[in-house]
Design a protein around this ligand. Sequence first.
Ligand SMILES: [Zn+2]
Length: 187
Amino acid sequence: MKKPKSVLGEADQIRLATDLIKLDARLQVLESETTLSRERLLKLYKEIKGKSPPKGMLPFSTDWFMTWQPNIHSSLFMNIYQNLIKTTEIEEIEAIIHAYRLYLEQINSLKMPEVLSITRAWRLVKFFDAGMLTTTGCKQCHGHFVVHSYELVDNYVCGLCHMPSRAGKTRREEELRTEHEHHAPVI
Ligand SMILES: [Zn+2]
């Protein structure tokens, strides 16, 4: 796996890996964002979590981000992230961590389930970097939502303004929608 050039010293690498592990990042994220060896990362992971990291491949498809509930969560995260990138000088991975913590705060304050994992959030940013995904404005609430770059349309209506009739709405999602209407745009 290609290692990024990093100006971070070893202590900072360990701090970065620790932050990511505490947020439940998958091993692949740690390997791609730090220069620490796989062995050291495994050891660090076990020290912090008291168990080995889960095995298995990372999700590689953009489709998950387009489904109804994940799209709302992904859009919320991406708005926070893009705002951070615009207003601060921090590195991408630091912005991902910071934005993810802010996302968790918002979700917890609304008593919503955490739909977006840090690994998915990281993947989402990579899809944006690759130009596969982008955000577009909802013509009704003017919030910004994640869409496929090739699916950009002029009259986009978001999943909160246009709830699917059988979305299996939970009370919490209903609350989010209400919140959205009263303080638009939440996202
Ligand atoms: Zn909308």
